[in-house]
Write a protein that binds this ligand. Sequence first.
Ligand code: ADP
Ligand code: MG
Length: 320
Amino acid sequence: MQENVLKRRVAVVAVGGNSLITDARHQTVPDQIRAARKTCVHIATMIERGWDVVVTHGNGPQVGFILRRSELSRHELHDVPLDSCGADTQGAIGYDIQQSLYNEFRLRGIAKQAVTVVTQVLVDRNDPSFKNPSKPIGGFMDEQTAADRRKSANWDVVEDAGRGWRRVVASPLPKEIIERDAIRTLVDQGFTVIAVGGGGIPVVENDQHELVGVAAVIDKDHASALLATTIDADLFVISTAVEKVALNYNTPDQQWLDHLTLEQARRYMAEGHFAKGSMGPKIEAVIRYLEHGGRQALITNPENVEKALEGTTGTRITRD
Ligand code: ADP
Ligand code: MG
């Protein structure tokens, strides 16, 4: 550990939904722990090779499960506010990753500890997305329930393509990571940190300059990019369900990409190659990271992280 103190190489690794839930038949908590362990094998290898890693992760399905439990037990128990769902899932998923890394470190004789930071992320209370909430969360409802919830709980609800009604919330841009100094200090001290889970718990500053949680969802790729910029990470890795990024994805003209410059990323983004809500936010996040001084980003799947670091697969995105 000693020789790394002088020249730390810090990577933010954003793990996608597939690192916890591989498919709909494997989504229990023990299933999620098993899936986390698989991804942590690759993270531990990165650490063994000298990287200091900050792990970030999504929480969409897990928040969905909590909301569903609330729904089913409404006759007896209180609702869990969305910011609190964020905190609950950061803790639970953080635990899965902490334990997986503990066990992996022990097997390899790595003298390190992983620790989760429950992370608040400041958003602008005037973010335009609050005027136009569009991120669906939770299950479907009938029209009457939707109308009731709108009245009693002030929910925004929309009709979703003929499938029923759903609650929608704002998806504001992350402005500032509240616990950034704690995260930075832990990384500097050699801890493997798990942070900004689910994009962070969205908070706004009220008129008294106090933080208060809001019912919103921050995109995890955007929050991870902000974290990478904030702690001046040398590398931003997005681990998802595809080995590489493609042009004309899922069409006969599909073309896998080994390397992209910032300029090309912007152009292909504008040309609509990266789907909204999946690859789109990842490329946007990478663009932001590179524009704010980031050096390089990699997009690949968990099992190819090591090879991508060696340059033999994955999509590498650099400033030029
Ligand atoms: P995560 O949970 O990791 O955020 P997402 O499902 O949100 O995963 O985004 C990754 C998915 O984006 C891939 O599994 C793939 O299906 C999809 N995708 C959309 N456009 C592209 C593209 N141009 N190249 C590669 N994958 C793409
Ligand atoms: Mg996603």
